[in-house]
Design a protein around this ligand. Structure first.
Ligand code: C2O
Ligand code: CU
Length: 633
């Protein structure tokens, strides 16, 4: 519901900018030739209509909460409404020039700020003098000297966004020069800064057990290679141990796992990030924060003890927008030795978009064409779905009722069967475990990509020959109300943070970015580091005011969803590590700061990450010897 409103407002703002330019031009002309009053009046009425429409849209957006509407209500609406009201009154009197200039300036800037989501307070601070000045310039131009005839008002209007973009550039470059995370500013949220200095520690000290003998050892060797998809198409890929996706690692809960990463010839460099596993900070695989990227010929050893069973995955974290897409990822399954192993069929299924020059190829793993598999009727089936692509996938499941048994590796309490045909929305980076008993007929999984239905499809049938069914849109599974509630945990929080996600212009790593996704108006590295003390209970509100989905992923912690758009979560506790925040959604989530370090917190659409939608969560006293000379994605 909010996405169309955001879009409408964007179009109205663009129209208002044009109307403001026309109004300003007519006001300037009127100053010299007093004949154009009628035209100016028309222009003002037109502009005022657009302003009223924007006001109406802002009020509708406000129904979704102040977090969605605040920059409109605090800056954009008053900035347009007040001067236009003055101009409408003045136009009935003899000398409307001054007021018309002010109206043009106010409406113009009001529209422009929608596209430059830098600090609203700064927008306001530069706007008020700009509007005042443009009114004075309007009066002065009435004088009619040669000099006065130049378009001074336009210069004044344009100065304001130039100043704000300049500040945005300055903030970004200063943070980049200071080395990214350790030089950027800090945000302690609503809580106090700790009184006593926290124990000083380097990321390098926060390792997994280094002296014990590992229970399981793996080697993952990254190299360039080719991957053949089901259709026969070849992908210029990057592989682990010659495969993409890489080998599935199966480990046991509580065991010491050692993985040696070797990079043969991946020029970008490679790391291993254990997505969803709360490993010690030094094992987290973030280049420039927890280690240097492993360059061709190099190696790196990771050690950690998985503390929760479930479906996880690993992937490289250097230039991930290209390198993960090309294949540097694989499944990591943590088994619980206390629990009987799953009887029946168990299968890990990646939903992936393989890169190709024209258009990405959607696939279940490497199956980019409808494929089928034999599963005997009556068999219990467990599917571990992992979305390794950058887009959320709406997965259709047809032919059987099924149960979602886990989200991001976290078991669901009191999960009940969903009717056949229920769709799942899987966040980029997220996982769902699905269980059902194989019927005598066909079970189909399919995804739509770019509005093309059933782009990739997977069928299970007793004889393995049935083609997948063509599935349409079904009702959407909603974790907010699924399963049985657990007694509410404590709701005392030591600190709270507010994150607003916007589209717009800005600078990331000092480079100008055209329409990218910002956090509180900032792009990496200028997004302040969220600061906590060990043991803090932390609440975070995330409001998406942009036109695209942002799958937000915090490393090293799992978060619990408290509410969505003000509606409290009432199902089984919704624990997640990758939360898809759709346009217009406002989530409240909570976590316990129980894993000291410097942790990435970013959008798992790696394209957005590489454009600056990245920040860090820092613990008091923790420092890193590494430097981010580029975005750590
Ligand atoms: Cu799965 Cu920082 O990523
Ligand atoms: Cu995003």
């Amino acid at each position: 519901m909010f996405e169309p409103l955001f879009l409408t407002d964007m179009l109205l703002a663009l129209a208002a900018i044009i109307a403001a330019v026309v109004t300003g031009g007519l006001a300037g002309r009127l100053a010299r030739r007093p004949a154009g009053l009628r035209r100016l009046r028309f222009a003002l009425y037109g502009t005022a209509t657009l302003v009223v429409l924007r006001l109406a849209v802002a009020v509708l957006i406000l129904t979704g909460g102040l977090a969605l509407a605040d920059s409109r209500l605090i800056v954009q609406v008053p900035l347009a409404v007040l001067p236009i009201a003055w101009a409408l009154m003045a136009v009935r009197r003899h000398d409307p020039v001054m007021a018309a200039h002010a109206a043009a300036g106010g409406v113009l800037l009001s529209g422009v700020w929608l596209f430059i989501p830098f600090d609203p307070v700064i927008q306001l601070i530069v706007s008020v003098p700009a509007v005042g000045l443009s009114a004075l310039v309007g009066r002065w131009r009435t004088g009619g000297s040669r000099l006065a005839r130049l378009p001074w008002a336009a210069v004044v209007y344009l100065l304001a966004p130039a100043v704000v973009l300049g500040l945005s550039y300055q903030a970004n470059v200063a943070a980049a020069h200071a080395g990214g995370h350790h030089g950027g500013s800090m945000d302690w949220g609503s809580g106090a800064m700790p009184h006593h200095a926290a124990q000083a520690r380097s990321v390098d000290q926060l390792t997994g057990p280094r002296d014990k003998t590992p229970d399981a050892r793996f080697t993952l060797t990254a190299a360039r290679g080719k991957v053949r998809l089901g259709s026969g198409r070849e992908i210029d890929a990057l592989t682990f141990n010659g495969k993409a996706p890489g080998p599935e690692l199966r480990v046991r809960l509580g065991s010491l796992v050692e993985v040696t990463l070797i990079n043969t010839d991946v020029e970008e460099g490679v790391t291993l990030h254990w997505h969803g596993v709360d490993v010690p900070n030094a094992e987290d695989g973030v280049p420039g924060v927890t280690q240097e990227a492993v360059l061709p010929g190099g190696r790196h050893v990771y050690r950690f003890v998985p503390d929760r069973p479930g479906t996880f995955w690993y992937h490289t974290h250097r230039d991930a927008a290209e390198t993960v897409e090309r294949g540097l990822f694989g499944a990591l399954i943590v088994e619980n030795p206390q629990q009987a192993a799953h009887q029946g069929v168990e299968k890990t299924v990646f939903t992936h978009l393989w890169p190709r020059a024209e258009e990405a190829i959607a696939a279940f793993g490497t199956a980019d064409r409808p494929s089928n598999e034999a599963v005997a009727a009556g068999e219990p089936v467990l599917l571990r779905l992992i979305n390794s692509s950058e887009e959320p996938h709406r997965i259709h499941v047809g032919g059987t009722a099924y149960t979602v048994t886990a989200i991001d590796g976290n078991p669901i309490q009191g999960a009940t069967p969903l009717t056949a045909g229920t769709d799942l929305l899987l966040a980029a980076g997220g996982r769902y475990d699905l269980a059902f008993t194989m019927p005598r007929s066909t079970v189909t999984l399919s995804i739509d990509v770019n509005e093309i239905p059933n782009t990739a499809a997977l069928a299970f049938s007793p004889d393995g020959t049935a083609p997948p069914d063509t599935l349409g849109m079904g009702p959407l599974f909603d974790p907010l109300t699924y399963g049985t509630a657990a007694p509410a945990g404590e709701d005392r929080y030591d600190r709270a943070f507010d994150l607003r996600l916007d589209d717009g212009f800005g600078f990331a790593m000092g480079r100008f970015n055209y329409v990218s996704s910002s956090i509180n108006g900032r792009l990496y590295p200028a997004v302040p580091m969220l600061m906590v003390s060990a043991g803090d209970r932390v609440k975070v509100r995330i409001a998406n005011r942009s036109l695209i989905d942002h799958p937000m992923h915090l490393h090293g912690h799992r978060i619990r969803v408290l509410s969505r758009n003000g509606v409290p979560a009432t199902g089984s506790p919704w624990w997640t590590d990758t939360l898809n925040v759709a346009p217009g959604e406002v989530f409240e989530v909570a976590f316990t700061a129980g894993n000291p370090g410097i942790w990435m917190d970013h959008c798992h659409n790696f394209k957005h990450g590489s454009e600056g939608m990245v920040m860090h969560l820092g613990y008091a006293g923790v420092t890193t010897p590494y430097t981010e000379d580029r975005i750590p994605e």
